[in-house]
Design a protein around this ligand. Structure first.
Ligand code: 5AD
Ligand code: SF4
Length: 441
């Protein structure tokens, strides 16, 4: 009896949710070619690494990772190694030069071509580098969802903003909004398939529609998606403060199935630094938006991103950031020390603040935000919330992890069969980063 060997792909994803979505696309295209996903690298035939380039740390991690992969794969030349994503897009040459064992380097614009590239590599035996500067190959039905109950949906690809520190517009290209009819039909089909939550993705999700002729904006798209019967939870990210309108805030506040959470990167609280970052809003405008959100969306959580130590930032600028953090009362903040990215305009700006000073500011910001997060979370103690159960906690396999409507993560005891359902949880313990509860009977 002859047996057919099932080819397996092992995939690793770094970075943002757009990259997670791209990995689902990679799995779809390889699935069409007969490859099945494996969680065990040793039994794989193809290894795909989907990289991130947002900060230098991500890049260094990739290089470290490729270094150890090289030693691990010694003597296993039959495995094909493919490197894709943002670092592949920006540093294709360097990856090929430093890591000649990598078989294929592919960019962010031609994921759908990966099966062809694999054939070419097998046929011709030469290392393939396929990194086009631009191109749009998104087809919303060509993806292999990792979870049956939730889905990531890109609504726009790329970014036009050129914040001066950011590599994304350089590697992902100009913003293209996806056809609203395609988005709505895709979500309708997903809901009939059992999906209860969609997360709409865009680097600047709320500038959706500016390039479309129909005169559709993000608020309108959200309303249309919210009208889809059976869809329980709509999330979206990332919102740029310059494109937040009162009408968008009201839509979020009025609709039951649009979740009360906005990820709203501040980046810096000083007008001088915001200008140098090319963010196109000032601190007063930012605080006005925050006020509008709290006034119009019940119990809305706001999360943010902040960069510490941008070139030319001085102590008084950083004090302005602390001041906004005190007043805006974000629920969560992702904090980053500025990392120069080659090719961006900030990388050419003079940066005189010593790294040790930046580190101190960073710690100060963390301490302040931890206190705010702690205070905000404390208010949940004893209350009951609807929680979508996502799976076991990556940090504690004995506990399930779920999210409240406002995106706060809650840990609780429970059985595997409630994964994917929305349950009620009573909060029993709260810390800055950690909330525990019990499933309500
Ligand atoms: N240095 C540090 N942080 C950065 N980010 C983007 N580019 C850089 C950089 N060069 C942060 C921003 C962005 C988040 C995804 O990463 O805060 O919102
Ligand atoms: Fe980068 Fe700014 Fe675009 Fe966000 S909005 S992806 S920070 S350039």
């Amino acid at each position: 009896m002859s047996s057919i060997k099932i080819m397996k792909v092992y995939i690793e994803t770094f970075g943002c949710q757009m990259n997670e979505y791209d990995s689902e696309r990679i799995l779809y295209y390889l699935g069409e070619k007969g490859y099945r996903k494996t969680m065990d690298m040793d039994e794989s035939d193809i290894i795909v690494i989907n990289t991130c380039a947002v900060r230098e740390k991500a890049e260094n991690r990739l290089f470290g990772h490729l270094g150890s992969l090289k030693s691990r794969l010694k003597g296993q030349s039959s495995k094909m190694v493919c490197v894709g994503g943002c670092t592949a897009q920006s540093l294709a040459g360097k990856i090929q030069e430093k890591f000649p064992f990598v078989d294929i380097v592919f960019g962010t614009h031609n994921i759908s071509r990966l099966p062809e590239l694999i054939d070419e590599r097998s046929r011709e035996g030469r290392i393939i580098c396929s990194v086009a500067d631009e191109g749009f190959d998104y087809a919303l039905d060509e993806t292999k969802r990792l979870d049956p109950y939730r889905a990531l949906i890109p609504v726009s690809i790329g970014c036009n903003n050129f914040c001066t520190y950011c590599i994304v517009p350089h590697v992902r290209g100009r913003e293209i909004s996806i056809d609203p009819i395609a988005i709505i039909n895709t979500i309708k089909a997903l809901v009939s398939d059992g999906v209860v939550q969609v997360t709409l993705l865009g680097q600047n999700v709320n500038s959706y529609g500016k390039d479309l002729e129909e005169g559709i904006d993000f608020s309108y798209l959200l309303q249309k998606i919210s009208d889809i019967g059976g869809l329980k939870r709509i999330r979206f990210m990332t919102s740029h403060p310059k494109d937040i309108s009162l009408s968008l805030i009201r839509t979020i506040g009025e609709r039951e199935n649009i979740m009360n959470h906005i990820h709203l990167p501040l980046q810096a609280g000083s007008d001088r630094i915001l200008k140098k970052m090319n963010r196109k809003y000032n601190r007063d405008r930012f605080m006005k938006i925050v006020e509008n959100i709290y006034n119009n969306i019940k119990d809305c959580a706001i999360s943010s991103d902040i960069i510490v130590g941008f070139p030319g930032e001085e102590r008084k600028d950083f004090d302005d950031t602390l001041d906004i953090v005190r007043r805006a009362r974000f629920d969560r903040v992702f904090t980053f020390i500025y990392s120069p990215r080659q090719g961006t305009s900030a990388a050419r700006m003079e940066d005189k603040i010593p790294a040790s000073e930046k580190k101190k500011w960073f710690e100060e910001l963390l301490e302040l935000q931890n206190q705010v997060s702690f205070e905000k979370n404390s208010k949940y103690k004893g209350a009951k919330f609807k929680v979508l159960v996502e799976g076991f906690s990556p940090k504690n396999k004995d506990l399930l992890q779920g999210r409240m409507e406002n995106n706060t993560v809650v840990l609780f005891k429970g059985k595997k069969d409630i994964i994917g359902s929305i349950i009620e949880v009573k909060i029993t313990e709260t810390k800055s980063f950690y909330i525990r509860g019990n499933v309500s009977k």
